[in-house]
Design a protein around this ligand. Sequence first.
Ligand code: FMN
Length: 316
Amino acid sequence: MARILVISYSQTGQLDRAARAMLSPLADDPGFEIVWERLAPQTPYRFPWRFLDFFDTFPETVHLDAPALRPTTFDPDARYDLVILAYTVWFLSPALPVTAFLKSPAARVLAGKPVITLIACRNMWLSAQETVKELLVARGARLIDNVVLIDQGPTWATFVTTPRWLLTGRKQGFWRVFPPAGVSEQAIAASARFGRALRDARDLIESGATEPLLFGLAAVQVNPAYIASERLGKRSFLIWGRLLRGLGQPGNAARRAVLIVYILFLVTLILTIVPLGVLARKMLRPLIRTRIEREVTRLEAPSGSGVERIAKYMQG
Ligand SMILES: Cc1cc2nc3c(=O)[nH]c(=O)nc-3n(C[C@H](O)[C@H](O)[C@H](O)COP(=O)(O)O)c2cc1C
């Protein structure tokens, strides 16, 4: 029997639903046993978020200064053939409870194990996954696959719908032009294709998978336009985050005053410099095409964006 450990943290339950949909083909299969572990911080993060609390979380998030977690309930010393780490992205970094887990003693469960990451986020996950890769290597884990689900709608729409959802809890579409916030129900349901592929790969899982199991299923797709924007954003978060942490703990009055200045700076950056940068890079693209293509392939690894097995696994 193949034993799979699923570790996740989800505030609204969206990511948990995605993980359940993904593994639904294995749920009644006697060849698989699934152990679910939902991470919970000692002090829960409020949902919906208060505006300043939301931004005040970024310095600790990008500097991987993780909060205390409630004790986990799974046995980290038991046998698992595969670990699925389901996480969301906060400020181009893994969500703090997931960072907390990866740095905790319970993360010894990852040593020597194949790991599949499952991400559900707005659309900017590249830097977060680079960080998670480093944390996984530090725990001796082997990343064999990465599955990414992103929020529905074009970038300009999710720039409105995702923050609106996080700050007010309102998820439904509005004004006819804005779709509902979050990952579409179709995309969540369609992630069952990954579970079907895992079902067929049981022997490989039991013998300790070393190669991708979810290739050819459109597991990820890197938008080249985000590569440089994420790099710029992450650098800005790290610099301002260091300054804000120097001013005090989250909630400190001086820190909040500087935070407001930074929020104004950030919004100006996103509305001016980022689109100009995207335009400039579009014009430069013919000159640096090979370099971008190489970077896209690296970021899409290990599962890749191929679709050659979709038809086989899309239907139950
Ligand atoms: C504090 C915070 C920061 C976020 N930053 C990002 C981000 O940088 N990139 C992104 O694609 N999504 C970002 N999101 C959206 C989340 O990745 C995720 O889609 C959303 O929080 C719902 O996840 P849930 O399953 O925990 O409810 C952020 C969400 C929160 C709460």
